[in-house]
Design a protein around this ligand. Structure first.
Ligand SMILES: [Zn+2]
Length: 216
């Protein structure tokens, strides 16, 4: 998958785990930069924050193909606010073509990146956040969301913020997130080696606009 942050919550560690790590690392920093206090065992502190490889990133990851299937099901439309979103590769290729007018910033630096990324970029959201017990990969718990709603909702439950989920029928339309233009935009951008997984997934899904091999 590309480096595009289409799944912001994917990088989030459950809060209790984050708090445990924070406390452990704070203790380790203290023991590292100050004269060791009596009874402080740095090795024990290190062991407390060490993690076996299999314990890392326990949350199941979603393939981009599965994510795009969710976007298609929801007609690339935010299931929270109903805005029609734009597929990340389309925004990215536009930025390649119009770097001044349509700037992109790899860290999504506000003021440096075009506002459309922060407002309209298609993302996938867990309706019940995984950190709150929601299913990580079940399509019933996954929805297309505009970036604005996704970041505003964070790890909250709908009832906690008074939001309502639009049904699949509510959002069904022929909107495709402009994916039918993705391949042509990529070509006009000079065929950059970016978003390659996205381009492959869109092509396999028949969404990229140009059937494989026709314009090659
Ligand atoms: Zn929205």
């Amino acid at each position: 998958m590309s480096a595009s942050p289409i799944q912001p919550e994917q990088s989030r560690v459950p809060r209790p785990e984050a708090e445990r790590l924070r406390a452990g690392i704070a203790g380790l920093v203290d023991a590292t930069i100050r004269p060791p206090a009596v009874g402080v065992d740095r090795a024990a502190l290190l062991e407390a924050v060490a993690q076996p490889r299999e314990a890392r990133l326990r949350r199941p990851t979603l393939s981009l193909g599965a994510v795009v299937a969710i976007f298609r099901r929801d007609s690339w439309t935010c299931r929270y606010c109903g805005v029609r979103t734009i597929a990340p590769p389309v925004l990215r290729f536009l930025s390649e073509i119009y770097p001044k007018e349509f700037p992109y910033h790899p860290n999504w630096k506000s003021g440096e990146i075009h506002d459309s990324w922060l407002v309209l970029s298609t993302s996938v959201d867990h309706v019940v956040p995984g950190a709150r017990g929601g299913e990580w990969t079940s399509p019933e718990n996954l929805v297309a969301a505009c970036w604005a709603c996704n970041s505003a909702k964070a790890d909250l439950l709908l009832e906690e913020i008074g939001w309502r989920l639009l049904s699949e029928e509510d959002v069904r339309s022929d909107w495709d997130g402009l994916t039918s233009s993705a391949d042509e935009l990529w070509r006009r951008a000079g065929s950059p080696e970016i978003f390659t997984t996205w381009r492959r997934v869109l092509k396999v899904a028949g969404l990229a606009g140009t059937p494989a091999g026709v314009l090659g």
